[in-house]
Design a protein around this ligand. Structure first.
Ligand code: SF4
Ligand code: SF4
Length: 408
């Protein structure tokens, strides 16, 4: 049985807060990435401000389904390499751990396959880091949780002295953007993610639950791989897009808000950031974040393609309009998953991963029950054959057109 969560302990080094470092990095060449990652962390106080020699650090990348680095679904192995090298040179024991996407059983065989696919086995071998294959988890009380009072957390995250998140900057159909905060959903073991999707079916509730995970495990340091991100319908079916930046921060919300602004997304439309604003952890006008490093404006990518679910800054309800009406409009507006039978390989991953039980197979082709579908887009995330597209209804397209027409 692992220890209850105890990090950061009373002797933990002081962590500078709300500073976000932004460092240009145009390639995944090893020396370039190492220099950028080191500079970004140094700008936040140096690796010694976050971890102590001799301690065990869990490094949490975006592993998802272990797709190859060129797909830009996973954290690039060179970014992982740079972070782990700094930790190892600082005298830390490093364990790489994640749980693949919702619907994929959390087994040692699936983990090993994903590590190999993402190139993490090579990184671990070169630097003497460990790849977690312990698939145990523990239901942990979350006394500070706002919506979740207990959470199932994978064991290596509970026994580590510190967690360092090494995320990939991607768009996301459900949470709008996937960065440091969303990354820790990977501490929820495989199929347990489905029950959390079912328990927190709205975007707002889901964002609050993600904050509860972060509040519970308190990651020490965030490094974000935004050399190439994913644009469009992420986190799996979008397209790679160069941003050319490494970010670092002690603060997951400040990091995500800065990353969102870099790619032209209104931070308040990212459900985790909106949830943080509700809790007083983020100022809606973006004040309170200290940017250091390279020039922010020169790093922005204003024409970054948003997910089809993006509402152009119009997230949330107008107080003057009855809530139920707005929610009904919202349901019409949000895209629906549709199966492209010509691409479908009949692998059933989507059926197994649907938290609402809305997918059944008719022969080898999935069918979606629209009444049951809660539009979590897990199926879209899981389908690596791009056989699930997201499309608005005719009314939803009309609403989207009206919103654009109104200058959103
Ligand atoms: S839609 Fe995708 S995930 Fe579902 S069965 Fe077809 S190929 Fe597999
Ligand atoms: S069918 Fe609907 S509820 Fe099921 S995984 Fe897809 S989006 Fe989520």
């Amino acid at each position: 049985m692992p220890d209850p969560i105890s990090h950061p302990g009373p002797d933990a080094p002081k962590i500078p807060e709300k500073t976000v470092a932004l460092v240009r990095c145009d390639t995944y060449e090893r020396d370039d990435v190492f220099s950028a990652v080191k500079r970004a962390i140094d700008l936040c106080g140096g690796i010694g401000a976050f971890v102590t020699p001799g301690t065990t650090v869990l490094v949490k990348p975006n592993l998802l389904q272990g797709l190859t680095p060129d797909r830009c679904v996973t954290t690039h192995p060179e970014v992982l390499h740079a972070v782990i090298r700094l930790l190892r040179e600082h005298g830390c024991r490093v364990i790489i751990a994640d749980s693949p996407a919702a619907g994929i059983p959390y087994t040692a065989a699936n983990l090993k396959r994903a590590y190999t696919g993402a190139g993490y086995d090579t990184v671990a071998g070169e630097l003497g880091a460990e790849l977690n294959t312990d698939t145990g988890f523990t239901l942990v009380p979350a006394p500070d949780g706002v919506v979740a009072r207990q959470l199932p957390i994978i064991n290596p995250a509970l026994s580590a002295d510190a967690i360092v998140v090494v995320s990939k900057l991607k768009t996301h159909m459900w949470t709008c953007m996937s960065g440091g905060t969303k990354n820790l959903f990977g501490l929820i073991p495989g199929l347990e993610k489905l029950s959390l999707h079912a328990r927190f079916p709205t975007e707002d509730a889901f964002g609050q639950m993600l904050l509860d995970i972060n509040t519970l495990v308190r990651p020490r340091l965030q490094v974000m791989d935004a050399v190439f991100g994913m644009e469009g319908n992420g986190p799996t079916a979008g397209h790679p897009r160069k941003i050319g930046v490494i970010l670092a921060s002690a603060d997951y919300c400040a990091l995500d808000a800065t990353a969102a602004r870099l790619i032209g997304i209104n931070p308040m439309e990212v459900c985790t950031i909106a949830a943080a604003a509700e809790r007083g952890l983020y100022a809606a006008d973006g004040t309170g974040i200290r940017l250091v490093g390279d020039d922010f404006q020169q790093c922005t990518v204003p024409d970054y393609r948003k997910p089809a679910s993006y509402q152009g800054g119009r997230r949330g309800m107008k107080p003057s309009v009855p809530l139920a009406f707005m929610q009904a409009v919202g349901r019409l507006y949000v895209p629906r998953p549709e199966i492209d039978a010509s691409r479908c390989k009949g692998c059933r991953k989507c059926e197994r991963g649907c938290p609402a039980g809305a997918i059944t197979m008719a022969g080898n082709v999935p069918q979606i029950d629209r009444q049951k579908c809660i539009r979590c887009f897990c199926c879209h995330e899981m389908c690596t054959d791009a056989a699930i597209r997201l499309r608005r209804s005719r009314t939803g397209r009309l609403i989207a057109w009206l919103m654009r027409a109104e200058g959103a």
